[in-house]
Ligand binder design. Structure first.
Ligand SMILES: C[S@@+](CC[C@H](N)C(=O)[O-])C[C@H]1O[C@@H](n2cnc3c(N)ncnc32)[C@H](O)[C@@H]1O
Length: 275
């Protein structure tokens, strides 16, 4: 499974294509803002505000050590480092995403607060009790062995550490329409009903502090993205999710709007504490 997931997100030319796109868009690489690259590096529903609002709910301590598992291009790592008092570590399976994440972090001058590592959430390359916070954002969508992923999160969290979850889950609706950002075919989509996750978390001893179903917010968000796409038909935006996902990205607003509207998928957010 990991090999197929890696292939889905990886490309040897990713960094050079991103740099070309930045030039084409007229962005100054040495003075890049996180807003400049948000259309490409926020690889989850509802963008930067969703991440920051959720972090607020977790009431994390000052100078917290935060691990972002499945950090992708590092979009949330940079948003968190810029807006919260945290030392951030990003981890991802894909070497090409991590290579690009490091360079984008340098361009946005956030490299003093963020470090990156390649690796799997199923075997985290970190010591036990190393982090105050683990951010789990749209990664479980690609994880078959969710229990092992949660056990690894538990291991690397310090006592009273927080697991912050922002995930797409399987809803009661019909089969998903594809492609979606995390999968171009059903075999690599691992989404499960929310109850499956909450049962695993409580079996492992995590305590729930906060939970909210954000499906309506996500449906409205994708509706807006879809409307903007139709309004801007024919216009060229160089900084786009297509840099990571290729031509499939063109379909995402249609498929995600349909999947959310028919409740084939839901968006759930939660904060859990390690006792
Ligand atoms: C949909 S993207 C979300 C990226 C990022 N969390 C965000 O919200 O912008 C899922 C990410 O999880 C990573 N991933 C999938 N399986 C993984 C695993 N076993 N270990 C680490 N990362 C993984 C993928 O490479 C990809 O970057």
């Amino acid at each position: 499974m990991e090999t197929q997931v890696k292939e889905h997100y990886s490309s040897e030319t990713l960094l050079s294509r991103i740099e070309e796109a930045l030039d084409k868009a007229g962005k100054d690489r040495e003075n890049l803002s996180i807003k400049d690259i948000a259309p490409m590096d926020q690889m989850h529903s509802c963008g930067i505000p969703a991440t920051l609002n959720l972090l607020e709910k977790a009431k994390i301590p000052a100078n917290a050590g935060l691990l972002d598992i499945g950090c992708g291009l590092g979009g949330s790592c940079r948003a968190v480092a810029q807006n919260r008092d945290c030392k951030v570590t990003g981890l991802d399976l894909s070497e090409s995403l991590i290579e690009a994440a490091k360079v984008l972090t340098k361009y946005t001058k956030l490299d003093k607060s963020i470090s990156y590592k390649t690796g799997s959430v199923l075997d985290l390359p970190f010591e036990a009790k190393q982090f105050d916070v683990v951010l789990c954002q749209h990664i479980l969508v690609n994880i078959k062995d969710t229990k092992r992923a949660f056990s690894e999160c538990l291991r690397v969290l310090a006592q009273k550490g927080k697991l912050i979850i922002h995930e797409i889950t399987r809803g009661p609706g019909p089969d998903l329409v594809m492609p979606v950002p995390w999968a171009d075919r059903a075999e690599i989509s691992c989404i499960k009903p929310w109850d499956t996750y909450t049962t695993m978390l409580s079996d492992l001893g995590f305590v729930r502090e906060y939970e909210k179903d954000q499906t309506e917010m996500a449906t409205n968000w994708w509706q807006k993205i879809h409307e903007n796409k139709q309004k801007n038909q024919g216009k060229v935006f160089p900084i786009t999710p297509a840099l990571v996902f290729g031509n499939n990205a063109d379909e995402f607003s249609r498929t995600m709007l349909e999947n959310f509207s028919k409740k084939s998928v839901c968006l759930m957010e939660a904060v859990y504490m390690k006792l």
